[in-house]
Design a protein around this ligand. Structure first.
Ligand code: PLP
Length: 378
């Protein structure tokens, strides 16, 4: 049987990984500045992570959500401490799309409305409502297109108010820093205005932190820089350091009832242990501070390269913008220098999404390789 061919693949086969490095079957070492698409947070195969998951699978790998699972409560408690998000409840699922799907559904249950507002270049996943709220017609099938979604320009409060004033909007969903779209971020004035307008017109404010959350920007959540309080916060990617786990934080003004949301695998024992260990290591190794320090070092080095038009993003969620498409450069970094980086919807942006354990010496290796390749382009 062949695989359903939906991914253009690089001809590389990783077989093991350690911290910032990935190794293929010939033992070639790759520097991972892509983090498996912003997923690896505490580094590949962190010893505490490997031990905790191994120990748990020996004891109990899975049981359903119909029994007590203290590991979920433990994860919720750790999340409050590290994120400082106090008045929230936790619902666990398995991926970013599922987190957003549950967030949108919950918003609609909560206020009884059904239209969604999202933003240009936003990406929220590939399931029903999540993909309908994604600004990419190519991945929206007719079955998804029946959702009522209005896509607005990022930063435009007047248009947002006009759309909300019809009083039919259940949720406004937004990535504080756009990931797939190319690292754009609006102003504090816009995010605060958005929050106020959501309150005024009784729409839920959903912060999609699937990519930017769990410490990637140096703050626990990217929205925290803007001093705002979303009604629902969606999370995934870095949450499990590769173990599939997602979740939503739900403000206490949204009340639960039996059966409102549900899942078979969400919040399973292994996922909870994986995510709790991620939080533990972020705290013990002071990784959010490392994210900030290395980010500052990266920005400084980038200033010395005139061909970089702009460095976008924050923390270790960064994009280097050039005035040419970066697809070839990305290939050269992989095949000539063994460095993984990421692409974006904006073809001129090279994305940098490494594990939070990265050090200055790794950034030096990247810039040396980048400079060599940029010189060759002349
Ligand atoms: C901001 C954002 N939301 C949602 C998703 C979807 O997450 P998943 O691929 O885990 O479904 C992604 C994935 O890239 C994302 O970047």
């Amino acid at each position: 049987m062949s695989l359903f061919n939906v991914y253009p693949l690089f001809d590389i086969t990783p077989v093991r990984a350690k911290d910032i490095y990935v190794y293929d079957q010939n033992n070639v070492e790759y520097l991972d500045l892509y983090g498996g698409h912003a997923v690896i947070s505490i580094g590949h195969s962190h010893p505490k992570y490997v031990k905790a998951i191994s120990d748990q699978v020996e004891k109990l790998g899975f049981y359903s959500n119909s029994i007590q699972n203290p590991l979920q409560v433990d994860l919720a408690n750790k999340l409050v401490t590290l994120s400082s998000c106090k008045n929230y409840q936790l619902f666990l699922c398995n991926s970013g799309a599922e987190a957003n799907e549950n967030a949108l559904k919950l918003a609609s249950f909560h206020n009884g409305k059904k239209k969604v507002i999202a933003f240009k270049n936003g990406f929220h996943g590939r399931t029903s409502a999540a993909v309908a709220a994604t600004d990419n017609p190519k991945i929206i099938a007719p079955i998804n297109a029946q959702q009522e979604v209005e896509i607005l320009r990022l930063g435009d409060l007047d248009t947002l108010e006009k759309a909300l004033a019809k009083n039919d909007v259940c949720a406004v969903i937004i990535e504080c820093i756009q990931g797939v779209g190319g690292l754009d971020e609006s102003t504090t004035k816009f995010y605060q205005g958005l929050e106020n307008l959501c309150r005024k017109y009784s729409a839920c404010f959903i912060a999609d932190e699937v990519q930017s959350g769990f410490g990637r920007t140096g703050d626990f959540f990217a929205f925290q820089k803007h001093n705002i309080t979303p009604d629902i916060i969606s999370m995934a990617k870095g949450m499990g350091n590769g173990f599939p786990v997602g979740g939503i934080l739900i403000h206490s003004n949204i009340k639960p009832s039996y059966g409102l949301l549900g899942t078979t695998f969400g919040g399973n024992h292994l996922a909870c242990v994986a995510s709790s260990i991620v939080l533990g290591v972020i705290k013990e190794e002071n990784l959010m501070q490392n994210v900030k320090d290395i980010s500052a070092y990266f920005m400084d080095k980038a200033k010395g390269i005139s061909k970089i038009k702009q460095v976008k993003g924050r923390g270790l969620m960064l994009g280097l913008e050039f005035d040419f498409p970066v697809a070839e450069l990305r290939k050269k970094l992989i095949f000539n220098h063994y460095i993984f980086t990421g692409s974006a919807k904006n073809p001129n942006v090279l994305r940098i999404l490494p594990p939070f354990t990265i050090q200055k010496k790794h950034i030096d290796v990247f810039f040396e390789a980048l400079e060599k390749e940029l010189k060759m382009r002349k």
